[in-house]
Design a protein around this ligand. Sequence first.
Ligand code: GLA
Length: 728
Amino acid sequence: MAVLFNQETQVFMLQTQHCAYQMKVAEYGVLLHLYYGQRIDDCDLSYLIQRTDRGFCGNPYEMQQDRTFSLDYFPQEYSCFGIGDYRTDCVKVINSDGSCAVDYRYDSYEIKKGKYRLEGLPSLFAEEEEGETLIIRMKDIHTHMMLELYYGVLENADVITRAARIINGGKAEVVLKRAMSMCLDFPHDHMDWIHFYGKHTMEREVERSRLIHGRQSICSERGTSSHQHNPFVILCDPMCSEDAGDCYGVGLIYSGSFLAEAEVDQFHQTRLVVGTSPDQFSWMLKPGEGFMTPEAVMIYSGEGFTSLSHRFHYMARKHLIRGEWAKKRRPILINNWEATYFNFNGEKLIRIAEEAKELGIEMLVLDDGWFGKRDSDYSGLGDWTVNEKKLGGTLKALAEKINSLGMKFGLWVEPEMISEDSNLYRSHPDWAMRIPGRPGNVARSQFVLDFSRPEVVDGIQDMIFKILDEVHIEYIKWDFNRSISNYFSATLPINRQGEIGYRYMLGLYRFLENLITRYPYILLEGCSGGGGRFDFGMLHYSPQIWCSDDTDAVERLKIHYGTTFGYPVSSIGAHVSASPNHQTGRHTPLETRGTVAMTGTFGYELDLGTLSAEEKEIVKRQIEEYKAHYDLINNGSFYRLSSPYGECRAVAWAFVSPDKEECLFCAVMTKLQSNPDGVVIKLKGLEPKRRYQVEDKVYTGEMLMYGGILLPLPKEEYQAWRYYMRAI
Ligand code: GLA
């Protein structure tokens, strides 16, 4: 049983294969958090809380003369604002009398087989026997505000999910100002936190720092999870490494604005809260109404980051990503964007497809520029009608032609946007999110459509579905190329404008849900100027996400490295592009670009016509190799062997099959030296006593893991090596 309640001690215990999580109903129904870490059996860890009279730490009224019970330092399961816990909190309301306090006390619980799902929001799924649900109900007896805390426990996956529903059980309206998805209190501050920051064309850089007193946070106010910060954080022991140490990963299954905030308090205790960003947020709760937060997923490992990542990868592959493409081998694609940008016509596309087919590529993706008046990024968004003049015929005819070559056909869309210079804008100016009386803020010369309005979502959906009904399209790249600002919705009452961001996400998720339900055969690739919406929310609908608009293989080493802490390789959209690279101007060998793109969904994005005969042979071999190792790469265990931030002159990684029979080792020499030192990389995850064939040599697993591999002397800058190893 994954969820236990001990009537006598009033302790709730959640157990997974390797972890346990504990909370307790304490005096007067206060729900205390007691533990999260290595698996332990039923017990009561509340003795670990120091009960003493601490200065300026008030006490619940019921405690009367007893000053040893204080919400200001006791670990809380879901902390409330305004009642004497001054640390960062989970829930804040404005009651009908103008006061801001809410005081949730335990009411009841329910344990169910199977994992709960959220309505209208992405959440983990599981077979009934794979999970259990605990719902804890809490109440503020003074205002009748209610709270349901949801816990999903996936025992084998070592996953605990959380979400909260805040319900107005009273008779007057209440405004919700803050509703976080989870809270995690630790009795100490011996912790680093790791988060993944970045910018457009350089996402998910790794930053690790010691937690300090006070609040530290990362967030997005951009209406997307953003390039700048990712809704995935790790708290860990300061000594934690890839292979050892306690670490806790928390990911938010949500693609909009978010907040992840850690606080070290006056008694050197740590709290982490994660949820939607409260800054642009408010939600009107009429009597009887409830608000559901997005889901957060928590994973603990006592064995360092590699094991934490493996658990996150497993969770995403098994319990998050949906549809037939979650498991099926994805086609190797050629995308025309970096080959042509807006400058293409039907003939050119067919030429690209023919060349690609010759090399073994399986799908042509037609990127931006095929619709409306769209020969640049100044116009046309919102007009989802085919530019037949440019294509030299219908889209259907083009797709048929591509199909007749034996290739699949895929299409780019950016459904959430509108250009001022578009027919859509001319007929529905109020569909663009813009504050009346202000010109607004343009980015890439476009505005964001108000997806908080169902009729706007439906209008765009109709246009896109019309095309998908007519044309045989087997892949969609769903893009989003700016941040949201100037939030305003023409149809929402003035006192509900704070709901736009969240309603927007509900609109987006509804559209995505409709899309994958109606066209289950379509492979969806998420995108937001590359990796600006690379999160667990989007992954629920799109098995892969274009990882970055930076296709430079060397910069991608860092981007892929950071991304793999939380996200599986099978989700990382990666293409081989031209050299010199269009974003950085860097020259890299074709083999290196292939090696890096293979740590992902693998495809090409360059003018194949410019390749020499020799390069074409390399491309053919890369494609065959990727296909041959597809399972190993996408379903194997991924090991980060050396860090792009470290001293090592090479960045190396490996994929190991679950049975440890096979391994694909990859390395790129990033720093050249004259009279060079040897670069030795130690493998991981192999069977020590087994013998592995590596090209024409045989090594034991222990030789490779404890001794390592000596990289050959490089012949050129950024040389890459791929070694396939097989147990004999
Ligand atoms: C974004 C995407 C690119 C490309 C362009 C097209 O930047 O990330 O891959 O699709 O839009 O405008």
